[in-house]
Design a protein around this ligand. Sequence first.
Ligand SMILES: *Cc1c(COP(=O)(O)O)cnc(C)c1O
Length: 386
Amino acid sequence: MIPYGRQDISEADLAAVAEVLRSDWLTQGPAVPAFEAAVARYCGAGHAVAVNSATSALHLAYLALGLAPGKLLWTTPNTFVATANAARMCGADVDFVDIDPHSYNLCARALESKLAEAEQAGRLPQVVAPVHFAGQACDMAEIRRLADRYDFAIVEDASHAIGGDDEAGKIGNGSHADCTVFSFHPVKLITTGEGGMILCNRPELAERMRLLRSHGISRDPAAMTQAPDGDWYYQQLELGYNYRMTDMQAALGLSQLARLDDFVARRRALVARYDQRLAGARLTLPAVAHGHPAWHLYVVLLADAGQRRTVFDVLRAAGIGVNVHYIPVHLQPYYQALGFAQGNFPAAENYYERALTLPLHPRLTESEQDYVVEQLLCAIERSSAA
Ligand SMILES: *Cc1c(COP(=O)(O)O)cnc(C)c1O
């Protein structure tokens, strides 16, 4: 099976992990701060906090920005469930803003009109989480303008987007968002096995997330309610979690980060090849409205919703690991039980019925890609005739 995404692990990556395994520190050692500093430098961010997944990263960012019971998060329905779930983990309520039918990202126009209505109703969100779907940046300048006007914080879920640019430079530099979250799951742009990171420019946010990452425990006398009893002393100041990344993971991440620009270049070349070979087919190809994507996913839209099942099944039977990103989050049973229903976000629902993710990863060869294209064109013809 040609997978839709997968990791690329080099000998240097293996050596970096082995070196940690031979060292004194498997966790809470020097590799984690080294990885954090390297990602912050790469992206041009002031602070970086490494954690054990992007889901944990979203949870900590939301907590640090004040999401709590009675508060509200808005995000896009076209995302992985974790973007919304992390707000539920804070006890907050969740609502969605429909997508732009061309970029498949949260639509800034729809956000603007929903904010105007929410202001009237007295129920504005505390946090909005735009997701850079497939790697393409949302309209961040516009979302920032609305954040300043309506006083919400922005957490950009950049799980698909490390290595790419928005119109203000490297994604993660914090020129528009309060916090940026990356995922290092193996299908994403670089991997630590499991892992995530939050970038931000406000030191007090980073400090709060570091505290919450490790049980709410501090060893800083300045933060304590009394003078330390001795050198062993620590205080638990609030309820935190164990969301730490290990040093093996951080060493792998640091080694992978050195390869990120090569991965992105390879992904961009493969995307250009798909664009060229699929031009003229009965398909909608990805369109870039903002920035210069790193391309986590290559998603095509079939002309008719009725074709998708057949095309998917034919390609899977041909050994091609096509996938679908994403089932709109509000259609999940958990969110339906909270009151969401089919028809709430029609652009995301229409998109979902026609979407198909083709294989895209740095190890995909040109002959594999040509096979995918040939099989896809064939499957479209078959499903159109049917
Ligand atoms: C992968 C992903 C996540 C969750 O990442 P984990 O590191 O697996 O927790 C969150 N949001 C989006 C958009 C993702 O693609």
